[in-house]
Ligand binder design. Structure first.
Ligand SMILES: [Mn+2]
Length: 346
């Protein structure tokens, strides 16, 4: 099991040095907009910069992805995963809108490019409107800023931004998508990893959220039953619906070898109301989680996720992520040095 630094929207040499300094083995990149000035600069795409703003790249090229990997490796790190494409490259496929087929073809091309570039994992989710919170800056421990969600507020959200979709429609759209892309992933040697819908409520803003519990993941893993299709297991999202249910799902899919990687974060409370929390508080017990994964023979990577915003931190959360990463690494070392036998015996 490897601890990596997670979810860079952009990369800089300083961020990569930071990841290495706090002891990470690798990094993941999250929904990169490869046409943003930061990526254009990082990947030395001078010709693009000179051409000025342009529509977002719909198909990533193997060349730019390989450049990304090599830049990461120059710091002694591995590029373990790209956690998804920007939502507007897959939204029509999720909602079954005109243009869905084109997005699926683009996604297939991107999978091939990721394989050619030597990047092993591509994350994805099936939430066209993304992660929802009803509070963006609630007060956590010591006044740290955390996000929160209250379904009494959330159930009334109706932005009108998206066409209403029920469960059956969202499943049908997903089945069409995964049926088309999984053979490409198998051929390209790229693992596709599905992240649960956050928050895991049945419907939000008129759109059904189908990947919200163990039963849904069991259906998805059996419909698309391949070692190249697995779970981006987010302890926080699962625990938003209950920490015991999260542990049951972790055990089931971990033992079945279907967990590709782990988002390790905690929450206080559970639906209909929760806030995010530090890893050493809340309902998720990271010792129990990591012990279970070690026992199941999990050989993927673990990253922190949505860390609380602490005093004088950056937007990415260098301080808070250093704390979370050190905490995870410390638990892993203790578990390994005691053969996992850290239970207190009387
Ligand atoms: Mn997550």
């Amino acid at each position: 099991m490897r601890v990596v630094a997670g979810q860079f929207r952009e990369l800089t040499q300083a961020d990569l040095a930071f990841a290495r300094q706090i002891g990470c083995a690798g990094v993941t990149v999250n929904k990169p907009d490869l046409d943003s000035p930061a990526w254009v600069a990082f990947l030395n795409k001078e010709f693009r910069a000179a051409a000025g703003p342009r529509p977002m790249t719909r198909r990533w090229s193997a060349l730019e992805l390989a450049q990304m990997r090599v830049a990461v490796e120059a710091h002694g790190l591995t590029l373990d995963c790209i956690e998804g494409v920007p939502a507007n490259l897959l939204d029509k496929a999720m909602l079954g809108l005109l243009g869905a087929e084109e997005q699926i073809e683009d996604f297939k091309a991107t999978i091939r490019a990721i394989g050619q570039a030597g990047i092993p994992v591509l994350g994805y989710n099936w939430i066209p409107d993304g992660v929802w919170r009803t509070a963006k800056a609630a007060h956590g421990r010591g006044g740290a800023l955390v996000t929160g969600y209250d379904h009494e507020v959330g159930r009334r959200i109706a932005t009108g931004n998206l066409p209403p979709r029920d469960e059956a429609q969202m499943w049908a759209n997903w089945e069409r998508f995964i049926t088309a892309v999984l053979p490409v992933a198998e051929e390209a040697g790229v693992r596709l990893s599905l992240h649960p819908d956050d928050p895991p409520v049945p419907v939000l803003d008129g759109v059904a959220r189908i990947f919200r519990n163990e039963a849904a993941f069991a259906r998805a893993m059996s419909f698309a039953d391949s070692p190249m299709h697995g779970i981006a297991f987010c302890t926080g999202t699962f625990a938003e619906a209950g920490a015991e249910a999260m542990m049951r799902a972790l055990r089931r899919f971990g033992r079945a070898g279907r967990i590709h990687y782990l988002h390790l974060r905690s929450v206080s409370g559970e639906l209909p109301r929760f806030t995010e929390a530090f890893l050493d508080e809340g309902t998720v017990n990271p010792v129990t989680v990591l012990r279970e994964l070690l026992e199941s023979g999990f050989d993927g990577f673990v990253i922190d996720d949505h860390v609380p915003h602490i005093v004088d931190d950056t937007v990415w959360g260098h301080r808070s992520r250093a704390y979370a990463t050190g905490y995870i690494a410390g638990i892993l070392r203790a578990l390994k040095e005691t053969g996992g036998n850290t239970h207190v015996r009387h």
